[in-house]
Each structure stands twice: as C-alpha cells, then as structure tokens.
Design a protein around this ligand. Structure first.
Ligand SMILES: [Zn+2]
Length: 79
C-alpha cells in the first residue's frame, strides 16, 4: 500500500502521467481516502498550471515547503 511519504515523492510523476499503472491505482485509492492528499494534489495542479508556460519543471521553493506542511498533516491521517 502506498503511504503519504511515497505519495508526496511520486506526486509530480503522477501529475505528469509518468507513474506505472499499478502504482497509479494505489495513488488514486490514497487520494480518495486522504483529504490532505487531495489538498496536495490541488496545490500541485494549480502550481503546474501556473508554471506550465515557464521553462522546466522545477517547483518554486515556496511550493515545496507548502507541500512539506501538507505531508505532515497527511501523515497524521494515515493511520
Ligand atoms: Zn495521506
């Protein structure tokens, strides 16, 4: 089963459509069962939309720390 930490690590691959099919299925289960994960997805999607016109895929530092905060909340709900 995917956990919140792995979820965060694979999140950008997921949004890029680069995850293997079986991992993606576990991802989607996690998204359904974890409200913090859904919030992370939402943040990432907004960020990607905002930056898609810019070159490269590196995330701005502010986004990384927001995701880190979200991950901490996410891990609280994982058990
Ligand atoms: Zn979670």
């Amino acid at each position: 089963m995917i956990d919140c930490e792995r979820f965060l690590r694979c999140l950008s691959d997921y949004l890029d459509g680069e995850l293997d099919e079986d991992i993606r299925a576990e991802f989607e289960v996690h998204i359904r069962t974890c409200s913090s994960a859904r919030a992370m997805i939402h943040t990432m999607e907004q960020t990607i939309v905002l930056h898609r016109t810019a070159r490269g895929r590196a995330l701005p530092t502010g986004v990384k720390s927001r995701l880190r905060e979200a991950l901490e909340k996410c891990m609280d709900c994982s058990e």
